[in-house]
Design a protein around this ligand. Structure first.
Ligand code: AMP
Ligand code: ZN
Ligand code: FE
Ligand code: FE
Length: 315
């Protein structure tokens, strides 16, 4: 019987993952998944390569993106997944350009602070390291399967995030692990933490919808809402803004949280989503296709795909 499981939250070398987009698809195929969504931060650059590989291997593919919005709690995060977006949408192009500009403002500030702390790294070295990771991802894929579609000769520069800086700090021996890099320097409260300019939740959701996508609240555990009533209010507010789904299964969710989010999704008629949040070697303990040990039902992917398709047929 065909597999009934999918992964709807994954990152490639187009952002802060370490596997090429086509390689993420190949890993999904090897893991026996029936479908996959690629949801890189702030970019759709990996989608054509991933879609082509999915078509070649017979996997269902849902184009996606993950956008950071202003969170309701200052120490939390609000990430909105956009599923079924049209990668050619001008609204999307403009939004991702602005989001990358915000990173281009923040990342050098982080590096400058690290330099002040006596750590000898430059922004050029961060970029070069990200490029090297990207090329290594593409080469691994070629070694595994000569029949795979060729890589684009010059893939776009990866969207640079804190994991790239963390990986360079590990490579340089400044810290032993990525986790230490975040705890000491890059996470909120770390010595070199800087926030980046974010979209309001309204803008993030509206623009995803205008790009033909279905907006889904990612890993609600990371919202850090104060209690269940607060969480419910936040979800209700987001739903009023056009949110259509909730990520119920995620690697950060305990079984009890998954039960809670599932009940909330039912209560507010939200589509259910789930994924690993795979980042390759940048998050070594997160395997593709599993959300804290649990598999994600294919029916969830089909329902999201149907919603996005229906949207495109109703002006
Ligand atoms: P950025 O989008 O550049 O702010 O980086 C955010 C990304 O860094 C997230 O998507 C995660 O992949 C990663 N990240 C954030 N916080 C941590 C942490 N405490 N430990 C490890 N990775 C983290
Ligand atoms: Zn990430
Ligand atoms: Fe996220
Ligand atoms: Fe993610």
């Amino acid at each position: 019987m065909a597999s009934q499981f999918v992964d709807l939250h994954t990152h490639s070398t187009a952002s802060d993952g370490t596997c090429a987009p086509a390689d993420v698809v190949r890993l999904a195929h090897a893991a026996g998944l029936a479908g996959l969504a690629l949801t890189d931060h702030d970019t759709v650059a990996g989608l054509p390569e991933a879609a082509a590989e999915a078509a070649r291997l017979g996997l269902a593919f849902l184009p996606g993106i993950e956008i950071s919005a202003i969170p309701p709690m200052p120490d939390g995060t609000l990430h909105i997944l956009g599923y079924g977006i049209d990668p050619a949408s001008p609204v999307l192009t403009e939004m991702t350009r602005a989001l990358r500009d915000a990173r281009a403002t923040r990342n050098p500030r982080i590096v400058a602070r690290l330099q002040e702390l006596g750590i000898d790294i430059t922004m050029d070295e961060v970029l070069a390291h990200a490029r090297t990771q990207q090329q290594a991802g593409a080469e691994r894929r070629e070694h595994r399967d000569q029949s795979a579609a060729p890589d684009p000769s010059d893939p776009p520069t990866p969207v640079i995030g804190r994991p790239h800086i963390a990986a360079l700090l590990v490579k340089r021996g400044v810290v032993p692990t990525m986790r230490d890099a975040f705890n000491e320097y890059l996470a909120q409260g770390g010595q070199a933490y800087f926030d980046k300019e974010r979209l309001t939740p309204r803008d993030a959701i509206t623009r995803i919808r205008q790009s033909g996508g279905v907006a889904v609240c990612a890993h609600p555990v990371q919202l850090r809402t104060t209690n269940d009533a607060h969480l419910e209010q936040v979800l209700k507010d987001l739903t009023d803004l056009g949110l259509e789904g909730l990520e119920v299964l995620h690697s950060d969710h305990t079984p009890a949280l998954t039960e809670k989010y599932s009940a909330l999704a039912d209560k507010y008629a939200l589509l259910k989503s789930g994924g690993s949040d795979f980042h390759g070697a940048n998050k070594k303990d997160i395997p593709l296709g599993l959300a804290n040990g649990r598999q994600i039902p294919r029916a969830w992917m089909d329902a999201i795909t149907d919603r996005a398709t229906a949207r495109k047929h109703t002006p």
